[in-house]
Design a protein around this ligand. Sequence first.
Ligand SMILES: [Zn+2]
Length: 81
Amino acid sequence: MSEQVHIPKRENVRAGVPIPMPSWYHMGGRSVLMTCVNGHSHRLDHTIDDNGGVRPSVQCPNCDYHEFVILDGWVPPTEPA
Ligand SMILES: [Zn+2]
């Protein structure tokens, strides 16, 4: 199994605040926006387990970023998926 990369959570989006790369942003429910190491943001269409593990691996549509990731700070939604 490939090593998993921990992705820090970004709490908000504000003008003038640099976006950590990589990072992830919670859009609500199980909807997650992820930013790759090169600053490309895209919405994940993945399975996220209760520990923030994302399956399958994340492939950026805009560059060759391709990793198995864990969303640090992930809190599973209480409503059914
Ligand atoms: Zn990218």
